[in-house]
Design a protein around this ligand. Structure first.
Ligand code: DP6
Length: 371
């Protein structure tokens, strides 16, 4: 339910008479799935449930200025700057996204938007930025709607709505709204929701010290986009088994996270990372995204785990970069391992860890701090 701001009586279905100008700003993190979303149906809905870690260091900071469109202007995206530069490819994707949201956000037909976006992680380094970017943008759009309506949703509903909108930009983005972990999809238990993610907070304290050291083996553009990868699941003879396995794994992972079984967590993470690539190899158009260095890193992680008897694991998304998972308490051993054995195999290592979720940032909008 909408809550009117400062005593203004607002019917959420009515449109504001006078459009004001303003600026909103959100910072939102990337996430890494332990159980992967791979295969979609309908309007960006997942074929199976997924569960991800919400990261801390890898963030997109987005500022969106809005103003009523001039008589000769077309509504929608007027300008888009990424790290201070115009990026036509990103601009086109956002334009397309905003166009698709017109039925959901009526104000998009009457305003012009100027967007500035920056990532805390290096550009073209191989870290997926669509999750952080679309979650930040969805939050900005929800905030603008509230500014224009002069009314605000309760925090939980606001985030749910933002998660839903972020999903339409990029499926995995819907999980970035929640920390420390996020669950998306139907696990076959409880109420069925898969148009937005949910926070997963029932975790044993040992997991709060989870680290993700992202080994960038190749920061170039991936030869196969995630969107094409999802599509190829349609003709994959293993698809049905995969979806059932993933849902079972999400349920297992939920139990592991609650009970603090850190060794089982690492085993499951590695199994899922490898399964994703296995699925690509048995798809109708097989693709090989791992590089020799990716495999060398995976082998070294397994070897280091054996040698030092510490819970260490990895996961891999649809690319060659390897996310090395460890716990804070083993940092000394892991830091030496990364420096001596993994750094020589990759372009760079981005040190990340479990984060706190999106944050409304300063210097914009008039609404009360929500982030
Ligand atoms: C392997 O969310 O990037 O990272 O919905 O087409 O934008 P679109 O795909 P995307 O797919 C993510 C795939 C994955 C696994 C995951 O994050 O769950």
């Amino acid at each position: 339910m909408f809550r009117p701001r400062q005593g203004v009586v607002v019917n959420p279905s009515t449109e504001p008479k006078v459009l004001e100008e303003g600026r909103v700003s959100w910072s939102s993190p990337s996430n890494i799935a332990i159980v992967k979303y791979w295969g979609k149906r309908g309007e960006q809905l997942p074929q199976n449930a997924s569960l991800s870690l919400t990261l801390s260091a890898s963030q997109t900071q987005m500022r969106v200025s809005y103003a009523p469109k001039g008589p000769k202007e077309s509504p929608g995206l007027r300008s888009f700057l990424f790290q201070g530069l115009e990026k036509e490819r990103f601009k086109a994707r956002i334009q397309n996204y905003l166009h698709g949201l017109k039925d959901r956000l009526g104000f998009l037909d009457r305003v012009c938007l100027d967007i500035e976006s920056e990532n805390t992680f290096p550009h073209s380094c191989g870290v997926a930025s669509s999750a952080s970017a679309f979650s930040a943008l969805a939050l900005c759009l929800c905030e603008i709607q509230e500014e224009l309506m002069g009314a605000s949703l309760p925090r939980e509903d606001f985030f749910r709505k933002a998660s839903c909108l972020a999903r339409l930009g990029s499926g995995s983005a819907c999980r970035s709204l929640y920390a420390p972990l996020a669950l998306w999809g139907n696990v076959g238990q409880g109420p069925f929701v898969d148009d937005h993610a949910l926070p997963f907070r029932e975790i044993h304290p040992d997991f709060l010290g989870l680290r993700d050291d992202i080994c960038i083996v190749d920061g170039g553009v991936k030869p196969v986009s995630s969107s094409l990868g999802h599509e190829l699941m349609e003709g994959n003879p293993w698809a049905k088994i995969r979806y059932a396995t993933a849902n079972r794994r999400v349920r297992q992972l939920m139990d592991i996270l609650k009970s603090g079984e850190v060794w089982d967590f690492m085993e499951l993470a590695c199994a899922e990372g490898m399964a994703l690539h296995g699925l690509m190899w048995v798809s109708p158009r097989p693709s090989l995204l791992l590089k020799p260095a990716s495999l060398a890193i995976m082998e070294k992680v397994i070897e280091c785990r054996r040698r030092h008897k510490i819970p260490l694991g990895f996961t891999v998304d649809a690319g060659p970069n390897v996310h090395v998972l460890s716990l804070d308490r083993d940092r000394k051993t892991v830091a030496a391992f990364l420096k001596e054995e993994l750094a020589p195999l990759c372009e760079r290592i981005i040190e990340d860890r479990l984060g706190e979720g999106p944050r409304r940032t300063a210097g914009e909008g008039q609404g009360g701090g929500r982030g």
